[in-house]
Write a protein that binds this ligand. Structure first.
Ligand code: MV4
Length: 502
């Protein structure tokens, strides 16, 4: 086993990896940018090295600098976390060429699966259901129209090198096709340095379900079931669940087996996630593979009892998987809310600044993975994820009850966060019913603005009624004490007291 690991990341995920290292008796080494000098992951690590100025390009994305730090610190392995260099095969290769172990898949598997047309090809080879579309990238306009006719409208143009919805374009009719193609290609070039674009048929009202897989260096691949990730806004996940509320054990087993077959065919090892779209008839289609640990991994950890980061480290050290497929069991329900430094009242604008008070929820069934503390200033330079609140219950209903309680307990003052947004979601009927698809957040906001105008009307009616009642009460009062034998001091005094309470 390793005695020292470099964590090439920041924030809550760096803290999560440090915790796994501590439990395994491994010394964690951190890197940080000038903006993160006082960050929590730097405080918790045994050693920490500055890798450059605040912009990620000049710090957390600097392959050479990070490899130099790894050498200098004398680590045996590098954990990339998620984001930054986690899915960059050049980084994985540089780590290997420096004589160190990359805690993740081989750079070759990463490179192959990073190309989505290639990944679709691998999936088709093992008979996995793949979203219908062009067999490969499209380069000439004639072929474009031929393939588009074959797939049918509406269709999506996607960047072969892309992922996560970046560089995606919806095309509703043939006359939009050429312009959309040119745009998609230049966007793909700008975003990913490759202009390759391919076609996919549009799946209507899809759900986004992903399967967690683990593979070791000896050809063993197992799956840890699904996560429901349909609650997203602008291709950013906000709430994730395990199991999916629409799950049935048969669907889980079928998707799991398909995911494992694709991974074996790709020569995949370490942790990975196979993404699927599921339509209203519960048909599922392979979408892409994420070759990293995911943000939402804790919901799977809680329901299966498997520590994914520990497994990642064990696998990278050459140990076989700790579990066989038959040993994996799913118990209860876990839900994660991603707490972002964003203002939900200002269209989720980033809200950096100093955290003045921080009191995370605790107690039964609550886990908080976070990278912040009171007094720390959240920098503007990176992803605004502050903290992840994860709850567990025997049933989804119990998990939601805990989530409501934990959100009410959560104190994070000084900056705006998405906590108030989640407090509303956990009371929303559609969420409670598990009626989730990728259009959920938009529907939630539409419904809410309708309810808001209803509320404004109701408030106006209440004010009018209160004023009316007060006026008539005041006139009754005049009549009353004219007839009354009681002291005016008493009746007027009571009236004043009553008014002060209104
Ligand atoms: C799709 C799709 C419908 N049909 N592909 C967006 C993120 C990326 N991972 C894939 N995405 C989609 N691909 C086909 N063929 C709809 C989406 C999509 C979506 C998917 C998952 C979660 C939220 C979404 C929101 C809008 C669109």
């Amino acid at each position: 086993m390793f005695s020292k690991i470099l964590i090439a990341n920041r924030g809550e995920i760096a803290v999560r990896i440090i915790r796994a290292c501590r439990e395994m008796g491994i010394s964690p080494v951190a890197i940080f940018s000038q903006a993160d000098e006082h960050a929590l992951h730097v405080r918790l690590a045994d050693e920490a090295y500055c890798v450059g100025p605040p912009p990620a390009r000049e710090s957390y994305l600097r392959i050479e600098t990070i490899i130099d730090v790894a050498r200098q610190a004398g680590v045996q392995a590098v954990h990339p976390g998620y984001g930054f260099l986690a899915e960059n095969p050049d980084f994985a290769r540089a780590v290997q060429e420096a004589g160190l172990v990359f805690i993740g898949p081989s750079w070759k598997a990463m490179a192959a699966l990073g190309n989505k047309t290639h990944a679709r090809h691998i999936a088709r080879r093992v008979g996995a259901p793949v979203v219908p579309g062009s067999p490969g990238p499209i380069s000439d306009p004639q072929e474009l129209h031929r393939q588009a006719r074959a797939v049918g409208y509406p269709l999506l143009l996607k960047a072969a090198a892309g992922g996560g919805g970046k560089g995606m374009r919806l095309v509703s009719s043939p006359d939009e096709l050429d312009a959309a193609f040119r745009m998609a290609r230049s966007e793909a070039m700008a975003a990913f340095g490759q202009e390759a674009v391919y076609i996919e048929k549009v799946i209507e009202r899809p759900r986004h379900i992903e399967i967690q897989i683990l593979g070791d260096h000896y050809g063993n691949v197992i799956h840890l079931g699904e996560r429901e990730c349909s609650i997203q806004r602008r291709h950013q996940k906000v709430i994730e669940e395990c199991p999916s509320p629409l799950n049935d054990p048969t669907l889980r087993q079928r998707m799991g087996e398909v995911a494992c077959r694709i991974a074996r065919e790709a020569g995949y090892w370490n942790a990975g996630t196979v993404e699927f779209l599921v339509d209203e008839q519960k048909h599922f289609y392979f979408l892409e593979i994420n070759t990293r640990l995911q943000v939402e991994h804790p919901v799977t950890e809680w329901v299966t009892g498997v520590d994914l980061v520990r497994e990642q480290i064990r696998i990278a050290a050459g140990q076989p998987l700790s579990f066989r497929q038959e040993e994996i069991q799913w118990r209860g329900a876990a839900i994660e809310c991603r707490i972002y430094a964003e203002d939900p009242d200002e269209d989720f604008m980033p809200s950096p600044g100093r955290i003045v008070r921080y009191r995370p929820p605790m107690g039964p069934g609550v886990r908080v993975d976070s990278g912040v503390y009171a007094g720390w200033e959240v920098p503007l330079d990176y992803d605004p994820l502050l903290s992840k609140l994860i709850v567990w219950g025997w049933t989804r209903t119990e998990a939601i009850e805990r989530l409501r309680r934990a959100l009410d307990e959560y104190v994070l003052d000084g900056i705006r966060t998405t906590i108030p947004f989640y407090r509303e979601i956990v009371c929303d009927g559609e969420f409670l019913a598990g009626n989730l698809d990728t259009g959920y957040v938009d529907r939630f906001f539409r419904r809410r603005s309708l309810e808001e105008s209803d509320r404004a009307l109701r408030d106006a009616a209440l004010i009018a009624a209160a004023l009316h009642a007060r006026q008539s009460a005041a006139s009754d009062q005049t009549v009353d004490h004219a007839r009354s034998t009681e002291s005016l001091w008493k009746t007027q005094g009571r009236w004043a007291l009553l008014n002060s309470r209104l």
